[in-house]
Design a protein around this ligand. Structure first.
Ligand SMILES: Nc1ncnc2c1ncn2[C@@H]1O[C@H](COP(=O)(O)OP(=O)(O)OP(=O)(O)O)[C@@H](O)[C@H]1O
Ligand SMILES: [Mg+2]
Length: 340
């Protein structure tokens, strides 16, 4: 049984169609990431799941029950916001206990649950502090403990890492993922950061303009994108697209190589003019153009940091190639034509 099942959810705010018919089933224990650009409807969809917003139409089913008319508290889901929303005058202990207090749970039970949640997140030593005495990462863990303390059917996280600096984000990603595995709580995680989505999701739902474009494992999304939007939204630099006869041919920068680096297999050859390159330490990104094709963006090749660039003189044309298995085809509307 799906922990959360959304059936054709639509949300209209006066003249804005924020969610345009989302259908999504999240099985028990899964970690699903909603990935999409700013304004595509991610937060609105989460708010509908937890009941802070009422959908215009569609059904929402949680743990087998239709909850369209069930108030947020009774839905058994917990939402953690980007700002964490901790109460500044409460200690960590009282912040975590808060959702239980409002439910009139007995004192001993509260104590043992706060204990459980704080041990799970490794914050037992912080219980008597107040939020301002905590680092960003510690606050985040307190907010997670508070979300978990009611043992929700599903945990909804809206960009929980956006307040953290890059280094802390990387470790917090791992922390969240590990504790989710351990607890096994069904999790719906919203982000516009593709690295977070790829690294954390069992599955990713890519959303654009209030609609799901594709749902799949990170590898499916990356290797077999359903359309041009997904192909170019995921991956840095984005997939190269060449226009011919109004349709598009796509290939990823790491698959676009000097011809002599291709060994074995059928390949397609292109003449590539190198304009400039960026050394990024672990790799080198080469920017340029391909003879005979239009493209709205510079074409990029992702090469090893050292060696491969030798002989790639700027301004000159060089033989490059892509293995045919790495070519992707899209029709005029952006739909994949070589995927079944
Ligand atoms: N209460 C509201 N009234 C009117 N329009 C709204 C309201 N809430 C959201 N919207 C609009 O609905 C659309 C989706 O907003 P939403 O906050 O769900 O996007 P998001 O994907 O979470 O974006 P971000 O990544 O920037 O957080 C936007 O166009 C937004 O302006
Ligand atoms: Mg949002």
């Amino acid at each position: 049984m799906a922990a959360v099942l959304a059936q054709n959810i639509v949300k209209r705010f006066e003249n804005v169609l924020a969610v345009n018919g989302i259908t999504l089933a999240v099985p028990d224990g899964e970690f699903v990431v909603l990935l999409g650009p700013s304004g595509c409807g991610k937060t609105t969809f989460l708010r509908i799941i937890c009941g802070l917003e009422r959908q215009t139409s569609g059904n929402l089913i949680i743990a087998g029950d239709i909850v369209n008319d069930v108030p947020p508290r009774a839905r058994g889901v917990a939402m953690m916001f980007q700002s964490y929303g901790l109460y500044p005058h409460y200690t960590v202990r009282n912040n975590i206990a808060f959702p239980l207090r409002t439910q009139r749970v007995g004192r001993a039970v509260i104590e043992s649950k706060v204990d459980w949640a704080s041990r799970l997140l490794g914050i037992e030593h912080l219980l008597d502090r107040r939020p301002r005495q905590l680092s960003g990462g510690e606050r985040q863990r307190v907010a997670l403990a508070r979300a978990l303390v009611r043992e929700p059917t599903a945990l909804l996280l809206d960009e929980p890492l956006s307040n953290l600096d890059a280094k802390l984000r990387a470790s917090a990603r791992q922390d969240i993922k590990q504790f989710q595995r351990r607890v096994g709580v069904t999790t719906i995680y919203v982000t516009h950061d593709q690295v977070e989505a790829m690294g954390m999701g069992d599955r990713i739902a890519v959303i654009d303009h209030g609609k799901i474009r594709q749902v799949g494992t990170p590898a499916e999304i990356y290797d077999e994108p359903a359309d041009r939007f997904v192909a170019t939204f995921v991956g840095t630099p984005p997939m190269n697209l060449l226009t011919y006869n109004g349709a598009h041919l796509g290939f990823r920068p790491e698959n676009f190589l000097p011809k002599e680096m291709i060994r074995g297999g059928d390949f397609s050859e292109f003449s590539f003019r190198v304009d400039r390159s960026e050394y990024l330490g672990s790799e080198r990104i080469v920017y340029g153009a391909i003879e005979g094709f239009d493209s709205s963006q510079p074409i990029t090749a992702k090469l090893p940091a050292h060696g491969a660039e030798q002989g790639l003189r700027p301004g000159e044309w060089h033989p490059f190639a892509v293995r045919n298995k790495d070519l992707r085809y899209f029709d005029q509307d952006g739909k994949r034509t070589d995927r079944h």
